[in-house]
Design a protein around this ligand. Structure first.
Ligand code: DGL
Length: 254
């Protein structure tokens, strides 16, 4: 039994889509969510820059005595998790990757669109995953600034940008869409409005199951049902962001 909190972070509030899955699987845990909106978007930054941000966030979670740290960000995972694991071999660090393996496992012959940030698509980590499971029917789509438009709630720009980005795939009969950025599950209706009915894949549930089993085998699950806390911290100390985060969390939990 271990009632220390689980740390979870993203370049903003997108990681709420992962937190939702952690809460569904591990409702008795305490969580500290760190939203690094000051540096959003990560997807257009260099590896060195992202490493610097992630390094600071990990130190913050160490100070808070977290028993596990979840990278609720595909970009941070792609660019920084290997280095952070080398630097902190004793920490339990869990990453998020575009759920392309799920296509191999559950929908191998479907025409697939993988959406992610430019940094994730170009990363060695994702390229290895993609080549390993390539179903020969996939398009990789880097989506510059899409996470930023979602993060900052730029409704109109977002709609016209999505039309421009996804328009070329409208006639392609896409069946599966891999949401390779944790912000993207927040706009699935908008994606379907352009592509039509598709099946979405993301890593949230897999991460929750994986972390649950690791904590269980280390006897580190929090079994105390009475107390549960979700603490939110934003690097810009933005109160509105906090409100949007909790509004999304409530909505996603319905
Ligand atoms: N939510 C992010 C991800 O999963 C970060 C996107 C960004 O900051 O560019 O990749």
């Amino acid at each position: 039994m271990d009632n220390r909190p689980i740390g979870i972070f993203d370049s903003g509030i997108g990681g709420v889509t992962i937190l939702k899955c952690l809460l569904a699987k591990m409702p008795n845990e305490n969580y500290i969510y760190y939203s690094d909106s000051k540096h959003n978007p990560y997807g257009e930054k260099t590896k060195e820059e992202v490493l610097g941000f992630v390094d600071q966030i990990i130190n913050y979670f160490i100070e808070k005595d977290c028993k596990a740290i979840v990278f609720a960000c595909n970009t941070a995972t792609a660019l920084a998790i290997d280095e952070m694991r080398k630097k902190h071999p004793d920490l339990l660090l869990i990453g998020t990757e575009p759920a392309y393996k799920m296509i191999h496992d559950y929908a191998p012959n479907t025409k697939t669109l993988v959406m992610a940030t430019p940094a994730t698509i170009e990363s060695e980590r994702f390229q290895n995953l993609y080549h390993h499971y390539d179903n020969q029917r996939s398009y990789l789509l880097a989506c510059p600034n899409l996470a930023y438009l979602i993060e900052e709630n730029k409704e109109e720009e977002l709609t016209s940008y999505l039309r421009q980005l996804l328009g070329p795939f409208q006639q392609e009969n896409i069946e599966s869409v891999v949401l390779g950025c944790t912000h993207y599950p927040l706009i699935i209706e908008k994606i379907e409005a352009i592509l039509g009915k598709v099946k979405f894949y993301d890593g949230g549930e897999g991460i929750a199951n994986h972390l649950y089993h690791l904590l269980e085998s280390n006897h580190q699950l929090n079994l105390n049902k009475a107390k549960k806390e979700i603490y939110f911290e934003d690097s810009n100390h933005n109160e509105q962001k906090k409100e949007r985060f909790f509004a999304f969390l409530t909505e996603l939990q319905k």
